[in-house]
Design a protein around this ligand. Sequence first.
Ligand code: PMP
Length: 937
Amino acid sequence: MGEDIATTEHRSGTKHFVRLVEYLPGRFLSQVRPHSPDLLRGLGVFLGSMDKAFASFHHPAADRELKWNMKFAPSTVRESFHHLAEPKGRALIDHFLKRYEDLTLPLLTQLRTSVIRNDANDNNVLVGRALPDPGAFDLRVTSIIDFGDMVAGFPVLELAVGATYAALEKNDPLAAAAPIVAGYHQIFPLTELEIGCLYDFIAMRLCLSVVISAEQRKAEPANEYLSISEKPALALLDQWRTVHPDFAHYVFRNACGLPPCPQTEKVVSWLSEYRNDLGPVLDIDLEKKRPLLFDLSVGSPQLSPWKDPENMEELSALLLSQMSAANTGVGIGRHDEASRFYTSDNFKTAGNDSPEWRTVHLGIDLHLEPGSAMIAPLDGVVHSFANNSSRLDYGPTIILEHEIDGGLKFYTLYGHLTGDSLNGLVKGRAFKKGEMIGRVGAIGENGGWPPHLHFQIVTELLGKSGDFPGVALPSQRDVWLSLSPDPNLILKIPENVMRPKTRPRERAMILDLRSRHLGPNLSLAYRRPLKIVRGFRQHLYDENGQAYLDAVNNVPHVGHCHPRVVRAATEQMTVLNTNTRYLHDYIIEYALRLKEKLPEPLGVFFFVCSGSEANDLALRLARTHTRRRDTIVVDGAYHGNLTSLIEISPYKFDGPGGQGAPPYVQKVPTPDGYRGLYKSSDPDAGAKYAHHVERAVGAIRKEGRSPAAFIAESLMGSAGQIVYPPGFLESSFTYVRQAGGVCIADEVQVGFGRVGTHFWGFETQRVIPDIVTMGKPIGNGHPLAAVATTPEIAASFKTGMEYFNTFGGNPVSCAIGLAVLDVIREENLQQRALEVGYYLKAGLENLKDRHRLIGDVRGLGLFLGVEFVLDRETLAPATAQAAQAAERMRDKGVLVSTDGPYRNVLKIKPPLVFTKADADRLIEVLDQVLSEDALRH
Ligand code: PMP
């Protein structure tokens, strides 16, 4: 009692010392997912701090023999090797052991030594919430347990062990290891030599783990823990074998802020020094040809209207037409430019958290006539060549090797050649400066690209032959650019052609400028805001060409940048854009087309520029018609940003910064069948909610007045994707009309076929409003909106005061509105909303069975909501969880948002071109996110 250490005796008679250690809260790193880069970086920081503290600590007992002591790894592995049965595992271990003995073992004497903890495996590392705030789901490393493996070793081994276990079961083990290295180095800087040993140390730790597990499994077959990481370790060894050791080395150097590829600097300075001795690559005078520099960046308007990113014929024609317009036969595609060509699956990598596409160009492209000759800019020999003929590959490619000062080598790569260019070529064949190497291939033979030479410098080939990546993952940009520096070092395309790139602003810079120069209450989606530079159909693309599935923007109703709509807009822009004070066909054609879609007597139109303008005008119409002002609104509704509309939008006037309802506004409860006063199981819920409208009429009457209007969204958006119980609008309209009021349907969110069964949301409630307001989807993103009403109400508005709206109903807007209606009809989008919406909703309902966090799935067509609750009985809103789900979905490339009075409803309202495959993806990603540690509930 009271002693620090007590003794106990085992059945076998052995005495053991026991000591009570403090209980550490947290969960093991092995048990939590995802392992975000921040979490892993934190592990590096933790290990770095620990080693820094150990740096000056020595103890004789630390120099002990221990199986897990990596100092003795080769002999341990050799001794226990025979326990391993699988030949594949043996071959892997043999490979890594040889490498280690040849390359790393001789360096050990030069490494720093100290006592290390020596087992930061993921079953020893504890993590907890980074912040006590219940809404903060980010995890961080809080502690480490089990100091039983402490030995005198090398600090870098500490890091290697941590990185090894974090790399287990990852699609991209290197990407998991790198942030740990970065964090460690930040606290306890590594030497270049140590960084250089990491790849082999990681491999050796895996070999140790595998052979020791195999041995222990034999000894104690029932003890599962002993071989817990054997299988994943073998799998990682297999993966590690495919990671080029030099590439890993460069990634780790980059993580430590060092130039990734050390010899690049020498190559670059040599090329700069001998610049004048380098010959041309083309047998044409680039200066005289006045080449056209293409902007092929993701957001470049030069790439429009290129519809299909996989259609190279179309791209080819587009580039050629630009070259001919510029009266040149040479077009140039830049180095270090992210393009959208690479969004097909050929360029996709799985990534640890979400897929990533290789998009960053590592060469310079010279677009030329097929058959144009290219020549060696300096002496070299053929290193390798190949016909990389799969689709969207390099096609015929030659790599020349050039030896420069002191045996240093670098390479030049020529891609997309004619097949003939490879005829008779042999490895080692010498090319003199000025000698022809090959010719530019046509689209049919060059890998399927517009005819061009892809010219790239490579300072280290990473063991590749006849091939080398021409585009890189944005996440590895620095490393690849270090392997492939600017080809203009050789091409010498004049400055005035290359023009210094006006670098688009980085995200952080835009954030900063926004905070200073834009109104401070503009909000941004997501904690890590996205920079979006292009949209097409149901996808948005960021500046790095990474695609996001857009499941939230209902404005691009028929798909982002629909070519038909774009054409209508541009054509009319070139002809006329003026106002409604002149006669024009389009405005009247458009009014007639909208009328076809509406029930009688809704046949008179006003064209405006935003949903807010439409609702403001609707209020004016109703108030002028009735000569009253009192308005009945639905709780949670949002009708727009004008003063008049904030006054009738409970979402705003009862929300943050709001000042409550003005005296002439009556609010009725949200007809929410899930969380509201009456549930959807109640067959009379619609009527019961409508009674509140009757009561609101009564309240107005009590004050001696009568209602001017009742305004309701046909399905509610901001209130949390609410579908009214049957009969709600019908009965409400009756009460309001009995009191002489006008009924306004706000279709700004849901109109134009989104609900699937009908063209308008109000039709699902079997009513005919007196005024209908339209916005958002009506112009597919163009600022167009409209008010439809009856001849009678329109007549009342003719008070003598002119209604003039400068932009409303202009010929360009009307051309766009007409095109949108055409596309909805021709592409059958209402039917698609019905079918895909039904399918998506069913999938979401399935998720509800598996994830308790989902309280309700609701909506019509492609206007859906998923409500998150902490408790299905109390309906306690899971606000933070909903936000986290939206954030994680964004990380995984799917965009949704949250809303509702508790911001606990995921809003799903994609462009109507959404497909069933997109629905599957959304469901899969939501399922993954809900299965993550933070949201498992
Ligand atoms: N009504 C509803 C139902 C809306 O959702 C919105 C916009 N969110 C508006 C009106 C206002 O439209 P705008 O932002 O185009 O002015």
